[in-house]
Design a protein around this ligand. Structure first.
Ligand SMILES: C[S@@+](CC[C@H](N)C(=O)[O-])C[C@H]1O[C@@H](n2cnc3c(N)ncnc32)[C@H](O)[C@@H]1O
Length: 270
């Protein structure tokens, strides 16, 4: 697998982006069930040494700790880890560690389980992140990934925002490709066995209209905030993005519920 060196300014930009707004509200109010989904899929049990990559505020790390595992929650963005760490007693038993998914500060085969809940997908160099994930899980250990699919709602939100954003750095791959089973199988290659992949949806019933969804993301979600900042001095582009996101939200709303598709993929390290 090839290693693409990532410029430090890119990491700083990504860190700053995820620190914007209020990501904790996204995790807590919209997708809390995904943490439990991944913990169950990985069959996490007491005593397991678990690494959560791109853990954010601990959406998956906390239920893993509640299951009795010895959990390390790692993320590029210290502000999010600090929010998680400041929470109740389960969070207190977690080791919170700032770490880039593309350069993990952990030993080879250090963990029984390595998981990432809509997290590792945002590291731009997929081969590098996958190689790091494979390096730190022990032979026979479990891997669990929840990733937004390209054709699902969040994949479509990124597709909608793309024309309004600065082009990604050379060699970077779009996050929702981690939601494409064939792509992930290719990344993990013959380093894993027992791959199981399933598309599922999470129901989100926090919005009555597409405009409500848009305004929540404009206020809380780092990538959306960055998209708007880039066109802040252009009223007509801003109005265009406003309309496109509201329209997208409306198209996915049925009787006050949206269904956001994700890929749940589990595997065993060979
Ligand atoms: C959508 S959030 C998911 C957080 C959490 N896993 C959850 O389920 O709520 C994406 C996370 O990826 C983190 N992230 C982005 N790029 C990263 C990288 N290169 N290495 C580690 N974490 C990264 C962000 O800081 C953010 O916490």
């Amino acid at each position: 697998m090839t290693a693409t060196p990532a410029p430090p300014e890119l990491k700083a930009r990504h860190r700053a982006m995820w620190g914007l707004g209020n990501y904790a509200r996204v995790a807590d109010e919209l997708i809390p069930e995904l943490g439990q989904v991944i913990v169950e899929a990985c069959e996490i049990a007491a005593g397991d040494r678990v690494l959560d990559i791109a853990a954010g505020t601990g959406n998956a790390a906390v239920p893993a700790a509640l299951a009795g595992a010895d959990v390390t929650a790692s993320d590029l963005t210290p502000e999010l880890l600090e929010i998680g760490q400041a929470r109740g007693s389960e969070a207190a038993s977690i080791t919170w560690r700032v770490a880039d998914a593309e350069a993990l500060p952990f030993d080879e085969a250090e963990f029984d389980v390595v998981m990432s809940c809509v997290g590792i997908m945002f590291a731009p160099f997929h081969e590098k992140a996958a190689a790091e994930l494979l390096r730190v899980v022990r032979p026979g250990g479990r891997i669990g990934l929840v990733s937004w699919t390209p054709e699902g709602f969040i994949g479509q939100m990124f597709a909608t925002m793309k024309p309004f954003m600065a082009p990604p750095p050379e060699g970077a791959q779009p996050p929702p490709r981690w939601g494409d089973e064939a792509h992930v199988r290719g990344l993990l290659g013959d380093h894993v066995t027992s791959v199981r992949a399933e598309k599922r949806t999470v129901a989100v019933d926090s919005f009555e209209t597409g405009a409500e969804f848009r305004d929540f993301f404009k206020a809380c979600y780092g990538p959306t905030i960055v998209a708007y900042r880039g066109i802040a001095d252009d009223e007509s582009r801003t109005a265009e993005l406003d309309a496109a996101l509201a329209d997208l939200g409306d198209r996915y709303l049925t009787a006050g519920t949206m269904r956001w598709e994700y890929l749940l993929l589990t595997a065993v390290r060979g």
